[in-house]
Design a protein around this ligand. Structure first.
Ligand code: PAF
Length: 283
């Protein structure tokens, strides 16, 4: 495994690579969800590249860029045992030199949900994804379903700009109690950690209600919200039942839907989702 931190050096490496290059984009602080992406990538490509870069442009001014967990030595040990070929981990100065003047923007899909609560977030994501795809020219790139909107936005970007990369979306990996794996889970204290699986439980309850015949999306949203009301230190950013492709909110759950939510538990913002097709509503 080779660690490359300089962009000019990486360009030389990339020019010499043959076969299908698979890319796993990450911000480091790797967990079992990332490992699942790496394993799938290795199984499907000739060369596996893991991108590690905590991207300042996708964090808002009051968000957690400064305290986001960083441990490159630990990540490297993990990736070495997983048989990764290259880690590309450039510095902020190299990715965004002073003269940097380009942003990449996807329009409609970035407006609701995460986009409404985190202005500028997706512009930061699409700009860095475009840059890393240019640098690595991947045949396939692996993203997690946990960031459902991000995956849809990246698929849109790739299609709209005619990139040759296939975006592969892999299932969310969960702790035994259902909490979706996330690098941010380390922020949770013991009490918050005990409460955190409530997100998945609320989604599952809504999923079961839909399977049992409930189609009124407002009633389902209300039901999910109730799981979090009256809890000190807990606030809901959104609960959503939206069309799984357009992310437009539904009035009636009559087509494949994305059930999703974002909840602040203490100082930690957690997101989770379940994509589902109501019985009899296959597309
Ligand atoms: O999902 C992430 O970790 C990040 O948003 C990504 C795709 C690596 C871009 O910085």
């Amino acid at each position: 495994m080779q660690l490359v931190t300089s962009i000019p050096a990486w360009k030389q490496v990339r020019l010499g690579l043959g076969g299908a290059v698979g890319l796993v984009p990450t911000m480091g602080a790797l967990h079992a969800g990332h490992v699942a992406l790496v394993r799938r990538c290795r199984a499907e490509n000739d060369v596996t590249v893991v991108w590690i870069f905590v991207n300042p442009k996708q964090f808002g001014p009051s968000e957690d860029f400064a305290r986001y967990p960083r441990d490159l030595a630990r990540d490297m040990r993990l990736l070495e045992t997983e048989g990764v070929d290259y880690i590309l981990s450039p510095t902020v100065e190299e990715v965004y030199p002073e003269a940097f003047q380009t942003t990449v923007n996807v329009e409609g899909l970035t407006r609701p949900l995460e986009g409404a609560v985190r202005p500028g977030h997706f512009q930061g994501v699409t700009t860095i994804v475009a840059k890393m795809f240019c640098l690595t020219q991947p045949r396939r790139a692996y993203f997690g379903q946990k960031d459902a909107q991000q995956s849809l936005v990246v698929q849109r970007l790739v299609f709209d700009l005619g990139m040759l990369t296939e975006v592969v979306v892999c299932p969310t990996v969960r702790e035994a109690d259902g909490l979706a794996m996330s690098s941010r889970n380390v922020y949770l204290d013991a009490e918050e950690r005990a409460f955190a699986p409530t997100l998945y439980r609320a989604l599952q309850a809504a999923e079961r209600a839909i399977a049992a015949g409930e189609r009124d999306a407002d009633a389902l949203r209300e039901r999910m919200r109730r799981e979090f009301s009256g809890r000190p230190g807990v606030s809901v950013d959104y609960v959503s039942i939206a069309d799984v492709q357009t992310l437009q909110e539904l009035a009636t759950v009559d087509r494949p839907a994305l059930l999703s939510l974002a909840v602040r538990v203490g100082r930690t913002r957690l997101i989770d989702n379940i994509p589902m097709t109501p019985p009899g509503a296959g597309r």
